[in-house]
Design a protein around this ligand. Structure first.
Ligand code: 5AD
Ligand code: SF4
Length: 515
């Protein structure tokens, strides 16, 4: 499929223009130019080859577009989105824009959105409401909506109907088209919509402005083919496609040379890395093996699917070194019946078996997880199985969510007999357990010396430094500002539920520090 035929939409008339169409007309026009996420269509994926592009460049005609203009990007959702924002910031900078951290000052405002749960979407609609006044006072400001929500038909329809302060909508597959989209938005008074079909290629050599100089995110793959029945991601992020190992290794070597201390490998399901290579037998374990040899202090990854977590990967992770002893392994539920309806493709027993393998190979490993409570028709007994699994694994932290139906997913069509009150009560009980077990895990650190990557001043007290251990535990301690960005030894003196307090004992050159 060529680029033209994948460009599914271009411009839609401004709802405020004199020839304003009726709602009915609008939706008709809209259907013709936009392919909504469809399970049937999305499941046909895999037949098209992934194309790798290495030729991103700012066209001559767009250079200087950002002169005397500022951009502001607000990011919602996961680290994948945070990293996409870094790429868009890189493109803005190449166009000559300057960054600003207030909307009042901006000439272009982008909302990089998340679609994973309804409340994430509501926040965006709320923000668009606030921005209406700004647009009224300053009609020249451009407002754009991008990210996962833009890939949903219902969202684009709602924006068209209700939020005519929006000038641009573009999806997750065409971030690199930002210069063209901006250009169109400047030239026309009509809303520019550019949302591409479900697949997506891999675009290399995009510019990025990274948020810090200590930790960096690196995409290793895009998309998801798992189709868990509750999840919108396979529709909003396209099919699984891996970056070539040489591109990833080169990017991380470059980060190491620039002095970055920690790299987080990103993907919706990093364990599926390499499954899509037709010419190469190279999987996530092989990549981790190669990354062990790079001189960067810590390598993490987010996020894993238990199904693809293979023995070779465990073997490589057990070698330690710069591969951290923290594994985030979303389980979602402790009930095999619920896991089946979620289409997770593993049972409670399989998950526990995997955990045992990990613990045997890496006795020190800290495990964290994601859990959904109140999935359609979840019984009390099934919820209790989640509680018991949580204790049995001994998770140190969990991100817990009440199930949120996502239009277009199979679970959204399931009749649900669990009242919201019951779901809330289950969430509360689970969160209590999560807190207790986090406090317990923290207590184990009391009196111990841990290695901390110092990230900066504590948010609550500028006289205190803050950083994280390899197991992602927040540590606050007093020390000189010069050690920001370094790995230091800290003796823990107090363990709270969510953080540790300690005293600096040693800086990297082995010097003892008087406190
Ligand atoms: N409702 C609630 N939580 C969800 N998640 C994904 N989809 C949904 C949904 N529809 C959670 C899962 C996932 C995390 C990123 O968000 O736990 O691992
Ligand atoms: Fe949200 Fe998922 Fe999109 Fe990340 S990939 S922004 S979690 S919907």
């Amino acid at each position: 499929m060529n680029e033209e035929s994948r460009l599914l939409s271009s411009q839609v008339k401004d709802p405020n223009s004199p020839d304003k169409k009726s709602e009915k007309d609008y939706s008709k026009y809209f259907q013709a130019i936009y392919t909504p996420p469809s399970l049937k269509e999305a499941k046909k994926r895999g037949k098209e080859e992934v194309a790798y592009h290495n030729d991103f460049a700012i066209a001559e005609e767009f250079r200087g577009m950002g002169q005397n203009r500022k951009f502001y990007i607000r990011t919602y959702g996961c680290q994948m989105n945070e990293h996409d924002t870094e790429v868009m910031a890189g493109i803005f900078m190449q166009l000559g824009y300057e960054p600003t951290d207030t909307v009042d000052d901006a000439n272009v405002i982008l909302l990089n959105t998340c679609a994973i749960r309804e409340n994430a979407e509501n926040k965006v609609f709320g923000e668009l409401g606030h921005l209406k006044h700004l647009k009224q006072n300053n009609p020249d400001v451009l407002i754009g909506v991008c990210g996962c929500m833009s890939q949903e038909e219902s969202v684009v329809n709602k924006i068209l109907k209700t939020y005519n302060q929006v000038d641009m909508i573009f999806g997750t597959h065409n971030i690199h088209r930002l210069p063209n989209i901006l250009n169109e938005a400047y030239l026309s008074k009509e809303m520019v919509i550019e949302v591409w079909s479900k697949e997506g290629d891999v675009i290399e050599n995009l510019p990025r402005v990274r948020k810090g100089s200590i930790k960096a995110w690196v995409n290793i793959m895009y998309g998801c083919d798992k189709f868990c029945t509750y999840c919108i991601v396979p529709y909003t992020r396209g099919k699984e496609r891996s970056r070539r190992p040489e591109d990833i290794i080169q990017e991380i070597r470059h980060l190491a040379a620039q002095g970055y201390k920690e790299v987080t490998l990103l993907g919706q399901n990093v364990n599926a890395y390499g499954k899509d290579f037709e010419d190469l037998d190279y999987r996530f374990g092989d990549l981790m093996e190669d990354l062990r040899k790079i001189d960067v202090a810590r390598i993490r990854f987010m996020t894993s699917h238990p199904r693809d977590f293979d023995d070779h990967l465990i073997e490589v992770l057990a070698k330690g070194g710069n591969l951290v002893d923290h594994i985030h392994l979303p389980v979602q539920s402790g009930s095999s019946e619920i896991l089946k309806i979620m289409a997770r493709k593993y049972s409670r027993e399989h998950y526990l078996e995997l955990v045992n393998k990990i613990k045997t190979a890496i006795p020190n490993a800290s495990l964290t997880t994601d859990i959904i409570v109140g999935f359609p028709n979840e019984t009390d007994e099934q919820f209790e199985e989640t509680m018991s699994l949580y204790k049995e694994v001994g998770f140190e932290i969990a991100y817990t969510y009440i199930y949120s139906p996502r239009e277009g997913t199979p679970a959204a069509k399931m009749v649900d007999n669990v009242p919201m009150e019951v779901k809330k009560e289950r969430l509360q009980r689970l969160n209590k357990l999560v807190n207790d077990m986090s406090a317990e895990a923290m207590k184990k650190h009391d009196g111990q010396i841990v290695e901390v990557l110092v990230e900066g001043e504590s948010k609550n007290n500028p006289d205190v430094l803050a950083g994280y251990t390899s197991k992602s535990k927040l540590v606050n301690f007093k020390g000189p500002k010069e050690i920001i960005g370094q790995l230091v030894q800290v003796k823990i003196t107090d363990a709270k539920t969510w953080s540790l307090t300690g005293e600096l004992v040693e800086v990297p050159n082995g010097q003892k520090v008087g406190i």
